[in-house]
Design a protein around this ligand. Structure first.
Ligand code: TEU
Length: 546
């Protein structure tokens, strides 16, 4: 296996709470994931990105870790995890785990010690600061989840910083002891055989040491709404300047230390989550160029933004212009955003066709790609009643923002089984939406032409052509809402043309392109006559070039 297996890999994200329950508590677990490994392997993906399964009070559903080196009993045991690694590897699947190290839970013993006094051994492990003379917070920084980024602690009589929930205190990466302790936990999982790490909020690790106020939104270097969600007015992302320019150099040094650790092992990888919109270009370049920091960055560009040829072209072309030897990972959906079929659907669209179009598009891109559980079934965002909400982010901002539960509902395995085969429990942690039942795996698995089988075929096609995995991508001039590009070089080139408009369109490729064979993509029937390609709305064309 090449040590560069991650370049162009297809990564399938599993949100373990919602994948498969075997213990009967209505929450998914590791043994459930083991049960479904065969299914994941059948998709033809290279790796699983497993969202957090560590010990946690679950205030942010595992993105608040209270022990970095253990499995939460809700999900199983360390030996279940070891078994998972062994069985996944036997099926040729890599395991990438989520490392949520920018902050811990306030239940972590590091934090309990840190807050116990101003002079204990871990006093400086979190970001503590005195109030202003009038008793208010040290500066104007805001939390992504709403309100100030500072919380008063009555024991230390100081404020501590949190970029997310108040129960997710921010670790102080300026402190080398903190960096060392984190690297020890990374080594713990490397030794257990994990193939890589998805680094949560990797651009949030280091804060501005001088605690300078952020500029007002209007003067912020580049403005906000960077997560691709309709951020409520009360939560202006523009106030996150402290995370970027003022702190990058120190973060680079930490990422180099992390890479040096990974380099002690064979074939391991990192994918850092960079959620800062227009600034992400600069950040991804800084974090991945040079081969001595992150292997790849995961960006939010396609988790929001418009559904247009121009948006996809610009996102990719911009990265290609600054990310020279670095690498990007694209995704249309994940556990934080509205499912893409719902996000992009317009009146009159057939959602299944839209999903088919989307995966055909995504799998033709240069970069690694992340799929989110359930998208291969065509799941739409679920409607969750306020009473059933679990996400603290949604509860806080409802109804302006409905939170992330709508994309986190359980997988649907069998249409007619209790809880669609997800769990035997009387009540599951989030409801299984009735509207998802017809998409269940058992309805599509053996049905030729189903969306699920289209995913399998599309991923197999990508996998079998090196030029689609990590070959170059060259954009061609088009008209209208058409996206046209060449993948590969020399004799192994493919031409792709996508019509993102709902109306038909025609396009004539440059005359020096010599089409030798049109590749039939299931579910699409573009015409090709006299050198002109004729596409219906949401149509895709693919051909081999000489
Ligand atoms: O997300 C980072 C992040 O910025 C998100 O909080 C995003 O703003 C939000 O989900 C709206 O899309 C990561 C994890 O993916 C997320 O699940 C965690 O809640 C967050 O970090 C805190 O750890």
């Amino acid at each position: 296996m090449s040590p560069n297996w991650w370049r162009g890999a297809v990564i399938y994200q599993v949100y373990p709470r919602s994948y498969q329950d075997t213990s009967g508590d209505g929450i998914g677990d590791i043994r459930g994931l083991i049960k479904r490994l065969e299914y994941i392997a059948s998709l033809g993906v290279d790796a699983i990105w497993l969202s957090p399964f560590f010990k946690s009070p679950m205030a942010d559903f595992g993105y608040d870790v209270s022990d970095y080196c253990d499995v939460d009993p809700m999900f199983g045991t360390l030996s279940d995890f070891d078994e998972l690694i062994g069985l996944a590897h036997a099926k040729g699947l890599k395991i990438i785990i989520d490392q949520v190290i920018s902050h811990s839970s306030d239940q972590h013993h590091w934090y309990k010690e840190s807050r116990s006094s101003r002079d204990n051994a871990k006093a400086d492990w979190y970001v503590w600061a005195d109030p202003k003379p009038d008793g208010t917070a040290p500066n104007n920084w805001l939390s992504i989840f709403g309100g100030p980024a500072w919380e008063w602690d009555t024991a230390r009589r100081q404020y501590y910083m949190h970029n997310f929930l108040a129960s997710q205190p921010d670790l102080n990466f300026h402190n080398t002891d903190v960096q060392n302790a984190i690297l020890d936990t990374v080594r713990f999982w490397l030794d257990r055989g994990v193939d890589g790490f998805r680094l949560d909020t990797v651009n949030f690790y280091v804060h501005d040491k001088q605690l300078r106020d952020n500029p007002p939104l209007s003067q912020s270097a580049e403005d906000g709404n960077f997560m691709g969600v309709d951020a409520p007015d009360t939560n202006p992302y523009g106030f996150q300047d402290h995370l970027y320019d003022k702190s990058q150099p120190e973060n680079i040094v930490f990422l180099q230390r992390l890479r040096a650790l990974l380099n002690e092992y064979d074939g391991r990888t990192t994918v850092g989550e960079v959620g800062d919109g227009r600034r992400s270009l600069k950040t991804v370049a800084a974090y991945t160029n040079g081969g001595d920091k992150l292997h790849m960055c995961y960006t939010f560009d396609m988790l929001g933004g418009e559904f247009s040829a121009e948006h996809f072209r610009r996102s990719i072309a911009n990265f290609q212009s600054v990310v020279n030897d670095g690498w990007v990972c694209w995704a249309f959906s994940n556990h934080d955003v509205e499912r893409h079929v719902s996000r992009w659907m317009q009146e009159g669209d057939d959602p299944e066709h839209l999903a088919r179009f989307a995966i055909t598009l995504l799998s033709s891109f240069r970069g690694s790609i992340c799929l989110y559980q359930g998208e291969e079934l065509g799941l739409e965002e679920a409607e969750i009643a306020f009473e059933d909400l679990a996400d603290p982010y949604g509860i806080r901002f409802w109804p302006a923002y409905k939170g992330r539960d709508g994309c986190r509902t359980p997988m649907v395995w069998e249409k007619d089984a209790a809880n669609a085969g997800f769990s035997d429990a009387a009540r599951t942690w989030l409801p299984v939406p009735d509207s998802h039942l017809r998409h269940a795996v058992d309805q599509q698995d053996h049905l030729s032409g189903s969306l699920l089988n289209h995913y399998r075929e599309t991923l197999a096609f990508r996998r079998s052509h090196a030029s689609l995995v990590d070959g170059p991508m060259t954009f061609l001039e088009t008209n209208g809402d058409l996206l046209a590009f060449i993948r590969g070089e020399g004799q192994n080139r493919f031409l792709f043309v996508f019509n993102l408009d709902r109306s038909p369109a025609e396009w004539t490729p440059p005359s020096d392109l010599d089409i030798t064979e049109v590749v039939r993509l299931h579910g699409f029937a573009p015409g090709h006559e006299g050198g002109t390609i004729m596409l219906s709305g949401l149509d895709a064309f693919c051909a081999r070039l000489r």
